[in-house]
Each structure stands twice: as structure tokens, then as C-alpha cells.
Design a protein around this ligand. Structure first.
Ligand SMILES: *Cc1c(COP(=O)(O)O)cnc(C)c1O
Length: 209
């Protein structure tokens, strides 16, 4: 049996919420915040500060990486050597070593971000030369289904990949975190081995925009 509350990090996904809403969540015990947009993070950061861990969970644009590495403690959405190398370069300038997760396109959906599962290990081994980042796990969204049970195979595939990469003992890689599961799918995700769940709607209610 897993001790879920202490094994699983509850990340509050705050896109579209006010700084006040995010701060209230922190006051209620949230230890980590997930941001999709740099601009929203910059607005909220002064109100919340370093009392929580800041995870970047959005699409990464090259020109924003400099600021992203200043604010964030973990970047969960790295899916190419190019992005990893830009993060590495900006971290080098400020003397920081950034924990990153590799985003896996577990549903192999052409319109979605993430590296294809079969290319992940190769990509991660190429990243081991980048000294200012450290690969600490995997993240996946998975396809959307109305019935969360249908997402299980995609979470399972990502967990299998996680175990395989962990076994390979690649240099500068420490597989610790598996970020999967959102409001509708977190229970399935935890059953399949997730230890970071990214929850928005269940904490804050339905999104307005
Ligand atoms: C919005 C978002 C979430 C949270 O979604 P909910 O369904 O509101 O819980 C989790 N992960 C990412 C990457 C998101 O963009």
C-alpha cells in the first residue's frame, strides 16, 4: 500500500486563477504551484514567493526561458534537446542547476507536445552532457477521454518507460518524479504510479476562460 498523502505531491494548477486564489490555496497547505504561462507566474510570484515550489507545466518558448529559469524550481515540459539546451544555457549564466521532467506524448497525438515514447531514452541520454540541468523524471498529459478509465494504458506506458530509463542508470539522470493525472484522472494516475498530480478544477472550481 502507498501512503498517498506523503508519497504524492499535489500540484495546484493555477492557470487563469487570480493571485488571491493561488495564495489562498497556499495558505490551505498547497506546497507546489504549477504554472502554464510565465506572465501569470510573474504576476503571482510577488504575493507567494519562495514558500512553495514553482513548477512550469506549459509550452516553452525560447525567448521566455531566461525568465522561466529565474522563477521556477522545476520545468516539467521539456521535449527536445533544443529546449533542454536553452534551459541549460540560461541556468549556466545564473549558476543554477534546474531539475527537469521530460514530457512524453503517451497518446502519440500529432497535435500534442511531448517526445514520442520510443525516442525518450535516446533524448535523455543526449542531455547528459548538459551540466546545468538534471533529468529527474517524466511527465505526461495523455489523450482526453470522458471516461478516465480509458487513460490508464497511457499512464501505464509512461510508468513502464520511467522504470526502463531508471534501470539504464544514465549519467546526470535521477528518475524520481512521475507527473501524471489531473482533476478527472488523478485516481487512475496514482494507481498507475504517479507521484505528482496536477490539479486545477478540483481545487478552484471550473475555469471561466
Ligand atoms: C490545466 C492543467 C492541469 C489541470 O487541469 P484540471 O483538469 O483543471 O485539473 C494539469 N496539467 C496541465 C499541464 C494543465 O495545463
Amino acid at each position: 500500500m502507498r501512503d498517498v498523502p506523503s508519497d504524492v505531491l499535489l500540484l495546484a494548477a493555477v492557470k487563469g486563477r487570480t493571485a488571491g486564489e493561488a495564495k489562498e490555496a497556499v495558505e490551505c497547505g498547497i506546497k507546489a504551484i504549477g504554472e502554464n504561462y510565465l506572465q501569470e507566474a510573474e504576476e503571482r510570484f510577488p504575493f507567494i514567493g519562495k514558500s512553495v515550489k514553482w513548477h512550469f507545466i506549459g509550452h516553452i518558448q525560447k525567448r521566455k526561458v531566461k525568465k522561466i529559469v529565474e522563477i521556477f524550481d522545476v520545468i516539467e515540459t521539456i521535449d527536445s534537446f533544443e529546449k533542454a539546451s536553452e534551459v541549460d544555457e540560461q541556468c549556466r549564466k545564473i549558476g543554477k542547476k534546474m531539475p527537469i521532467l521530460i514530457e512524453i506524448n503517451s497518446g502519440r497525438e500529432t497535435q500534442k507536445s511531448g517526445v514520442m515514447p520510443e525516442n525518450a531514452e535516446q533524448l535523455i541520454s543526449e542531455m547528459s552532457i548538459l551540466q546545468n540541468i538534471k533529468v529527474e523524471g517524466l511527465m505526461t498529459m495523455g489523450p482526453f477521454f470522458n471516461n478516465p478509465e480509458e487513460i490508464r494504458p497511457y499512464f501505464r506506458l509512461t510508468k513502464e518507460l520511467f522504470k526502463k530509463i531508471k534501470k539504464s542508470k544514465l549519467e546526470n539522470v535521477e528518475m524520481k518524479y512521475l507527473s501524471m493525472g489531473m482533476s478527472d484522472s488523478y485516481m487512475v494516475a496514482i494507481e498507475e504510479g504517479s507521484n505528482i498530480v496536477r490539479i486545477g478544477t478540483l481545487i478552484f472550481g471550473p475555469r471561466k476562460k
